[in-house]
Design a protein around this ligand. Structure first.
Ligand code: HEC
Ligand code: HEC
Length: 394
């Protein structure tokens, strides 16, 4: 059974509605089109603006929000001494204004390349899932993955421990935060705690309020005033919501549904299986938010993971990747999990064509990704909208 709030169903009914409209309106040209926005569309638009610059504290991380953790995390984020090769830090791949790299993949220890495009760490505290395939469910556990990945920092608890021991200021601050000397801490505990300190730093990497927010608020006022059509944001918002169907997945103040979809993007690499391929390992992972290193004992995260376990369907999750937030997207080229698209114009062309050819990716393309037949003006308006999402640094 398909749930009522399933994005696929929403988009299907939309297509049917549009089809009915265009059939019913044959010969009447554009007069048949409903004025934008309808009440449903207005509701969607209202959800889009004003992302909070103060996300909730992460209950699975007991040092989240502590200034001492933030400043230590800031130093560790930049410290290549946490890598086995001694030359790669978190910042190596999450750098510059966009907090990512400008190439499709990034370079780790020994000149090795990552498999995927590094996402930005801006606003990352708002994420529900981490990594393109969602194989981490908390920001602190995510940090353990690049630390221990052989092509990234190639590290482990002993390398990390040695680094913390070598610097008195690291050692004393770790002791103050966690009540144990890094030298005496069991390896997994040490890695989880270093992840928690890094996450405490990352939660402050925010760029929220953007020209887009101003546009949406002004547009909503124009709708009330009956002047929507003459608003400069009209075509961009209308295309984003109606003809482009972008809002089916890119919704809410972060412009993401925090779900996973197969948009039909060419990928023949070993990680092409998307969320389906990593689901079991996340459920079994000792560092997941329901596990023993989580500081949340309420069981809420265990229940959420259980929902994932029981609801996950192979046909939906095979080759499916996380819907990324579109905030600050102009700063984070190239795009998609493969970094295949160099510009926002190319991304819009990708959607306009209904994705890449069948047979070039794993799994089944979700039904809402179809050729859009956008006009040049509509494509330009979408690119403008995407460019207006660059926020002000906090
Ligand atoms: C060699 C490059 C490299 C290094 C070093 C690196 N990252 Fe990343 N980072 C990536 C790539 C590539 C991804 C996406 C991986 C994937 O989805 O499979 C990523 C993903 C992330 C994400 C998830 C963002 C999201 O939206 O899902 C966060 C957070 C992050 N990295 C933080 C860190 C931290 C903290 C460190 C240091 C401990 C670090 N990174 C080190 C390349 C790197
Ligand atoms: C079915 C859900 C869905 C729809 C509809 C959708 N997207 Fe996406 N979007 C995604 C997913 C999932 C990704 C990541 C895909 C991947 O890398 O495999 C993505 C990636 C992107 C990116 C790249 C962001 C980055 O950081 O790399 C942009 C830009 C984007 N979408 C814009 C749009 C626009 C504009 C539209 C409407 C024309 C749209 N999307 C429609 C789900 C969707």
């Amino acid at each position: 059974m398909v749930k009522k709030d399933d994005p696929v169903m929403i988009s299907r009914s939309w297509r049917t509605a549009l089809l009915a409209l265009s059939l019913g309106g044959m010969g009447l040209a554009c007069e048949s089109e409903e004025p934008f926005p309808t009440l449903d569309e207005l509701d969607q638009l209202r959800s889009l603006h004003s992302l909070s610059s103060h996300p909730r504290l992460d209950s699975t991380n007991r040092v989240d929000g502590l200034e001492a953790a933030r400043t230590l995390g800031n130093e560790l984020f930049r410290d290549p001494g946490l890598s086995r090769c001694g030359s790669v830090s978190c910042e190596s791949c999450h750098t510059g204004e966009g907090r990512t790299v400008e190439t499709p993949t990034a370079e780790g220890c020994g000149g090795q390349r990552t498999e995927r495009n590094p996402p930005t760490v801006l606003n990352v505290r708002h994420n529900r899932w981490f990594m393109w395939d969602g194989r981490a469910d908390s920001l602190w556990s995510q940090a353990i993955l690049p630390l221990t990945n052989p092509v990234e920092m190639d590290s482990d608890a002993e390398v990390v421990r040695a680094r913390l021991q070598a610097q008195d200021s690291y050692r004393s601050r770790y002791l103050a935060l966690f009540g144990a000397d890094p030298g005496a801490e069991p390896g997994p505990e040490l890695m989880a705690n270093v992840g928690k300190v890094l996450a405490a730093y990352e939660r402050d990497l925010m760029r929220v309020e953007a020209p887009f927010d101003v546009d949406v608020r002004r547009f909503l006022a124009a709708v009330d005033a009956g002047t929507a059509e003459s608003d400069p944001a009209y075509l961009g918002l209308k295309t984003f919501v109606r003809k482009g169907q972008c809002i089916v997945c890119h919704k809410g103040p972060s412009l993401t549904d925090e779900l996973f979809h197969n948009v039909g993007l060419q990928d023949k690499g070993p990680g092409a299986g998307g969320q389906w391929a990593v689901l079991q390992s996340l459920l079994d992972w000792e560092f997941n938010a329901a596990g023993r290193y989580s500081d949340d004992r309420s069981g809420a995260d265990a229940r959420r993971l259980n929902t994932l376990r029981t609801q996950a369907k192979q046909e939906e999750l095979e080759g499916a990747f996380r819907t990324p937030s579109l905030r600050n997207v102009a700063l984070t080229a190239p795009y998609m999990h493969t970094g295949a698209q160099a510009t926002l114009e190319e991304v819009v062309d990708f959607y306009n064509e209904g994705g890449d050819a069948d047979g070039t990716f794993t799994g089944k393309r979700t039904v809402s990704i179809v050729a859009l037949e956008l006009t040049d003006a509509e494509k330009r308006a979408l690119v403008e909208l995407l460019k207006s999402l660059t926020g002000t640094p906090r």
